[in-house]
Design a protein around this ligand. Structure first.
Ligand code: SF4
Length: 302
């Protein structure tokens, strides 16, 4: 263990909150002004292409471990949704994820081909988020190679990311940019998706400083959501479907692009916490080890 990691461990043992303030800085929000002022650009967007994952992480904040019958999204649906949003906004960082995106490579390839055309001019960076368990095939490698905006981000769960080293070598050999996440950080515990009895002040503070609502607005099955936990929680029936807290891109009420644009900005700029935050405890600064695996068919019960 290096000195930096050792220091983090010592401080974390003293206080998880202090460790976060020093290392993850939840109260530091350098994009706050641009997020609020930007009229026609989304700084970050998570694009879900599958509900399947090759791992079953007990503490997955996005709730993927709760899918009993996960499904792939289709190229047609994903591209139609993304195109609808790109009619109103350009995107700074587009994160493509699942679940595990490399289990749905045909859709990933189609999305990359789509972004290599005119639509791609409206996206600055493409980040593919993988758990490092699936080797992309030759067609997928070619599609990633052909798009210089692509970077592959390895979530790095140690041994759980069983094929990460091979994937990294593939990226190196093919000149594909990649990054391996620093595994010395524990995860934040977002808690089980049950209703917590926290004060209004706690909920407001938690939402205000939440990384996910700042950097992980999510496009999923025709909806634009504040965070992935809200998106999947509603779809899974685990969280209340508060329809006025996300945007249905195909709501007939949006008769023109301007109406849709304003609605999406309403989610991005929202100040008051959303209903999903009542089912979340990220703001408690509880740390849990990364990538703890559950047996198939089980979910966390504590
Ligand atoms: S539910 Fe609220 S606090 Fe939890 S990740 Fe989503 S926006 Fe953040």
């Amino acid at each position: 263990m290096g000195i930096k990691q050792f220091g983090k461990k010592v401080i974390f043992n003293m206080s998880a909150g202090l460790s976060d303030i020093l290392y993850r800085r939840p109260y530091f929000d350098p994009e706050s002004k641009s997020r609020v002022r930007s009229e026609d650009k989304l700084l970050h967007l998570d694009l879900v292409i599958t509900e399947y994952c090759t791992r079953k992480c007990r503490d997955c904040s996005n709730l993927m471990q709760y899918y009993e019958c996960p499904k792939h999204l289709t190229s047609e649906d994903v591209i139609r949704d993304l195109g609808r949003l790109l009619e109103c906004f350009s995107i700074g960082e587009l994160k493509i994820l699942g679940g595990e995106p490399f289990v749905n490579q045909s859709v990933l390839i189609d999305v990359l081909h789509y972004l290599s055309g005119e639509a791609g001019g409206r996206v600055d960076r493409i980040n593919i988020i993988t758990n490092g368990t699936v080797i992309p095939d030759n067609d997928c490698i070619d599609a990633m190679k052909a798009e210089p905006k692509v970077e592959v981000s390895f979530s790095n769960y140690g041994k759980v990311s069983s094929r990460q080293d091979e994937c990294v070598e593939l990226c190196k050999d093919n000149g594909i940019r990649y990054a391996v996440i620093d595994a010395s950080y524990d995860w934040h515990d977002f808690g089980r998706p049950v209703k917590y009895l926290e004060s209004w002040d706690f909920l407001e503070r938690q939402y205000k400083h939440c990384y996910n609502r700042k950097s992980c607005n999510t496009l999923y099955r025709g909806g634009f959501y504040a965070c992935p936990r809200q998106a999947h929680g509603i779809h899974l029936g685990l969280l209340p479907d508060a329809k006025n807290e996300y945007v249905d891109l195909y709501d007939p009420a949006y008769t023109d692009k301007e109406g849709l644009r304003r609605a999406v900005l309403g989610v991005v700029r929202r100040k008051e916490h959303i209903t999903a935050c009542r089912f979340c405890i990220i703001g408690k600064h509880i740390h849990v080890p990364r990538g703890i695996q559950l047996e198939s068919g089980k979910v966390r019960e504590d």
